[in-house]
Design a protein. Structure first.
Length: 641
């Protein structure tokens, strides 16, 4: 059973990579640069300059006079080009995004002038390669994980231990989860719904294990989640953050491996070797580079021999041979300096990693060669319900004990291939169903007004989630924002003749003009009531609606997936689907509704067509709930908030 699973996973990740590459490349080919920019996946008309170097990467600042509105974010892999991203694009990583500029980190700056530059969002192939490698070379630890998942092996029983808590503010369920995780012989699962302090709980486990003298690997699917964990752990243990510096929050860079390596006293020797190598590279420019057209079939060895003999060759003068020989000689010396530099850098990196009590990385980055020589005792994985099994196996293949934290009632991993749907079944989901006694539900939420959390708690968690007493009655009025209605508002479009969804030509997505106008009106009223731009978030399940809404308002607008793990004081949700056939598409995945409803802290405004959406029983119960516990309005009425 396990062997069949491994082969199936291998096949699916190859297919998923092909699907993702095809999706991005097809879009680049089929859409103009302006159309792709409109979708937020390209930026055009940029001018740039090299502004410095950081941790081995050239930093290029690219900007323009007009405002940049984009989905491209810090840490994304992008292609830099003069207009031909697939043919002559340079792979780079985004380190900063501003209103009219972005900064990228790139190994080598392009030789062409940085004018009329185009940036395109692309696929990071490294993660796919690492997932395939972990499946091709399964460790005994990785095998064991899949044995638990398939039921071929049972986890070891608990061994109770006394715990002296470091964070004394942990609530009862958080403490129970920590104690159980520390007592587990094989693995433990922390089910952490919205706002229940999952990150805080797993940070305590990591510190407790470090206090016991264990070597701890802490990982998550995204860089944002790793940085959130790092913030909670910084200053409390010896920590090293693995990963591309460009993908790490600016204020946390001092904890990165690159920063710590460069801070070692003997790193000055690395600088010296680098300087010597670069001097030789600069000197090379004085001589003729032995390009194929210049060397006329001669090997490096033949060029050096002819130079020693003081000879030329047919079509190549003695002087040209001599110039190419000097270029080759300088290259050999420079390579020697750079090789020595890399060896010394590697030695220092091993030293820094060996001193660490806790090492943090994304799932993918935990595959770096440096960590192959580190003996970890336990892996703690956040966002485990958002990562595919191959991704989670990368860190789990390094140790025999692990803790997974997540919420399988929220969005699963994003899978786009038609044949790879099973990749969305996560290790966390499989283990919690097969071994429920090895899990703990965190049940106190610290984010939302009690009326906002009541429906998701009842519908998705059996009513087990309760609000923290100190925040259960938070309102917009606490922030000086005028409020006339309940925190929960539904604006129903069912009575409007122009309520129906639309589709663009050749698009599988949907948009809804009436709902867009309603969102704009709600945002306007919120501003008039005293709300600030950064307090409001807008969610729509369809990309074309997101694109449409961004033309109507400057409030941060994303798909449901884009808002997972985030929160705002006020959330406006446009549900989009409205048709006579009562089709709701992927809105039928209730995990999507769960995420959407649990991003708001003080006010949630939902806009949709109840006549279409009521075809699903959960939406039907949702509308009944709002009529009873919230404010139910028709879009034909004067909208009050």
């Amino acid at each position: 059973m396990k062997d069949n699973l491994i082969e199936k996973l291998k096949w699916m990740i190859v297919k998923e990579r092909e699907a993702e590459m095809k999706e991005q490349e097809d879009e680049i080919r089929s859409l103009s640069g302006k159309e792709r920019e409109k979708k937020g996946r390209a930026i055009l008309g940029l001018r740039g300059r090299v502004i410095g170097e950081e941790l081995g990467y050239k930093l290029i600042k690219l900007g323009r006079n007009s405002e940049i509105v984009t989905e491209i974010a810090v840490g994304d892999e992008v292609l830099l080009s003069k207009g031909d991203p697939l043919g002559k694009g340079f792979s780079s990583t985004v380190t900063a995004v501003g209103g009219r500029f972005l900064i990228i980190a790139i190994k080598e700056a392009p030789s062409f002038p940085l004018k009329e530059i185009r940036i395109d969002l692309y696929v990071n192939d490294t993660t796919f390669r690492r997932m395939k490698e972990v499946l091709d070379n399964m460790t005994k630890e990785g095998d064991q994980v899949l044995d638990y998942f398939t039921g071929e092996k049972d986890p070891k029983p608990f061994s109770e231990r006394e715990v002296s808590f470091i964070d004394e503010k942990l609530n009862k369920k958080q403490r129970e989860a920590v104690s159980s995780a520390l007592s587990a012989g094989s693995f433990f699962l922390i089910h952490g719904p919205f706002g229940t302090g999952k990150t805080k709980t797993i940070s305590e486990i990591a510190l407790q294990e470090a206090r016991r003298g264990k070597k701890v690997l802490v990982a998550a699917e995204s860089n944002v989640a790793v940085d959130n964990l790092l913030e909670g752990l910084a200053g409390k243990a010896k920590i090293v953050r693995i990963g591309h510096p460009a993908r790490v929050n600016e204020k946390l860079k001092k904890h990165t491996l690159s920063f710590l390596v460069e801070s070692e006293k003997d790193y000055s020797s690395v600088y010296k070797l680098k300087e010597e190598g670069e001097k030789l590279i600069e000197e090379q420019k004085k001589y003729k580079k032995p390009a194929p057209s210049k060397r006329r079939g001669m090997s490096d060895k033949e060029i050096m021999k002819l130079d020693y003999q003081g000879k030329g060759r047919r079509g190549v003068s003695k002087g040209e041979v001599s110039s190419m020989a000097k270029w080759l000689s300088l290259k050999e010396k420079a390579d020697g300096y750079f090789e020595g530099m890399r060896a010394m850098e590697e030695e220092i990196a091993h030293r820094v990693a060996s001193r660490a009590e806790i090492i943090l990385s994304t799932n993918s980055s935990s595959a770096i060669e440096l960590l192959d020589e580190v003996n970890f005792d336990i892996a703690i994985i956040d966002e485990a319900s958002q990562a595919t099994i191959p991704s989670t196996l990368i860190p789990l293949s390094k140790c025999s004990q692990f803790v997974l934290a997540g919420d399988h009632k929220q969005l699963p991993p994003t899978v786009i291939g038609e044949e790879t749907e099973d990749l969305s079944v996560t290790l966390f989901e499989g283990l919690i169903k097969r071994h429920p006694s090895f899990s703990k539900l965190l049940d106190t939420e610290y984010r939302m007004n009690k009326s906002l959390m009541k429906f998701p708690s009842s519908e998705f968690y059996g009513g087990k989630i309760k609000p923290f007493s100190e925040i259960e009655n938070i309102r917009l009025s606490d922030l000086g924002i005028k409020e006339e209605t309940f925190p929960f508002v539904f604006i129903d479009t069912k009575s409007s003749l122009n309520r129906f969804e639309e589709q663009k030509k050749d698009s599988f997505s949907y948009f809804n003009k009436l709902e867009g106008e309603a969102v704009r009106e709600v945002v306007s009223k919120l501003f008039a009531a005293g709300a600030k731009e950064d307090q409001i978030g807008v969610i729509a399940p369809y990309e074309d609606q997101v694109e449409f809404l961004r033309q109507l308002t400057n409030v941060k607008t994303h798909t449901v997936d884009g808002y997972q793990g985030q929160e705002r004081e006020i959330i406006i949700l446009s549900l989009v689907r409205s048709n006579k056939e009562k089709r709701i598409g992927f809105l039928a995945d209730m995990r999507r509704l769960n995420v959407s409803l649990t991003r708001a802290k003080r006010k949630l405004v939902v806009i949709g067509d109840s006549s279409t959406l009521s075809s699903h029983p959960v939406f039907k119960r949702f509308f009944q709930f709002v009529k009873k516990e919230g404010t139910y309005l028709s879009c034909d009425e004067n909208i009050t908030l």
